[in-house]
Design a protein around this ligand. Structure first.
Ligand SMILES: Nc1ncnc2c1ncn2[C@@H]1O[C@H](COP(=O)(O)OP(=O)(O)OP(=O)(O)O)[C@@H](O)[C@H]1O
Ligand SMILES: [Mg+2]
Length: 329
């Protein structure tokens, strides 16, 4: 009998040094694209947040694939993933965990927040107490139960979805809590071509199980490398000055009651670094800053009531702030 040729061992793949995020991006788009048609900008924002170590809020009207996109993105990462549906009766302990009796001993039973990627679905349908429990966990990377701190895993990424606040039966997140999200991505209606293409997708009924076809294409070490790459992105003094000038400008606009915080400036800079890497560059340009400014700042500005009445938007305010600041050469 002839021995079959042993399969060639696929030894440890040595990833080439270089544009890590660019490479992750194309893998991710290919995999997620099996299930989600279009929404490429939202996917880029998810990847940028992952590489920057920030959390994402996806906002849009019902049925634009917010949940599908978030679930598919999470599955494309080789990380632990949990989904929590933020219903009106969800309690803080349903999320964070509880102390339970086991063999006459009190032990901590961790809730769904103890995971790498948490899909916090329909976050504005749950009352403020439960929202606050999640946002505390996001802020502190830990949960305190009965005085004991329990660290969350690393990486820890929250992808929250919500409907626009005008929808009924919702509890809008307070601005102070919104400030913890790196970006708010508005998921819009698909283009004509995308709308037709999604109707052509093979689907078994209407369930979300389509996301099950998706395989992990990004590993934990890829993410660590992408984070190191984003960290190492160069920022000139001029560009840093540009970021802070835009942030400060939002505080002086007549339409704005509360402008962007210093934390917003930190977030704007790191998002711009990720955008630079997604563009294949090792340094941030003023264009990178402008490209991410709307999604980083839009959920942090509080407009004056008069401006709101006139249907002025945070996006318009951000555009005004950018227009008022000279671009460094
Ligand atoms: N871009 C798209 N690509 C593929 N399928 C889509 C797309 N947009 C909508 N769909 C279809 O619409 C369904 C609804 O998507 P999903 O439940 O993710 O919406 P949602 O934005 O989370 O809505 P809701 O706010 O009601 O929770 C998907 O399961 C899919 O069948
Ligand atoms: Mg949904």
């Amino acid at each position: 009998m002839i021995d079959p040729t042993p399969p060639v061992a696929a030894g440890p793949t040595v990833s080439p040094p270089g544009p890590r995020l660019v490479d992750l991006r194309s893998r991710l788009h290919q995999e997620v694209g099996k299930v989600v048609v279009g929404q490429g900008d939202a996917l880029d924002a998810l990847l940028a947040a992952l590489a920057a170590g920030g959390h994402v809020l996806l906002e849009g009207v019902p049925g634009v694939a917010k949940t599908l996109l978030a679930a598919t993105f999470a599955r494309a990462l080789g990380l632990e993933f949990r989904r929590a549906q933020f219903t009106p009766d969800l309690l803080p302990s349903d999320l964070t965990g509880t102390m339970t009796l086991r063999d006459r001993e009190l032990v901590f039973r961790p809730g769904p927040v103890f995971t790498n990627v948490l899909l916090a679905d329909e976050i504005n349908r749950t009352p403020p107490k439960t929202q606050a429990a999640l946002l505390e966990a996001m802020q502190e990377q830990q949960v305190t139960i009965d005085g004991d701190g329990h660290r969350l895993p690393d990486p820890f990424l929250v992808v929250a979805t919500q409907n626009p606040i005008e929808y009924e039966g919702t509890y809008p997140l307070p601005e102070a809590q919104l400030d913890r999200f790196l970006v708010k991505v508005v998921v819009g209606y698909p283009s004509v071509a995308d709308e037709q293409a999604l109707l052509g997708l093979a689907r078994h009924g209407l369930d979300l199980s389509a996301a099950d076809e998706v395989r992990p294409v990004i590993s934990a070490s890829d993410i660590a490398a992408a984070r190191a790459e984003v960290d190492a992105t160069m920022v000139s003094a001029d560009v840093a000055g540009y970021v802070s000038a835009i942030v400060r400008q939002t505080r002086t606009l007549p339409s704005v009651e509360v402008g962007a915080s210093p934390r917003a400036g930190v977030h704007l800079l790191v998002a711009a670094k990720a955008a630079a890497r997604l563009g294949g560059r090792a340094f941030v340009t003023p264009d990178d800053v402008v490209r991410v400014a709307t999604m980083v700042l839009r959920h942090r500005l509080v407009l004056r009531p008069e401006a709101e009445l006139e249907r002025f938007t945070p996006e318009a305010a951000i555009a005004n702030a950018i227009a008022a600041v000279p671009v460094p050469r």
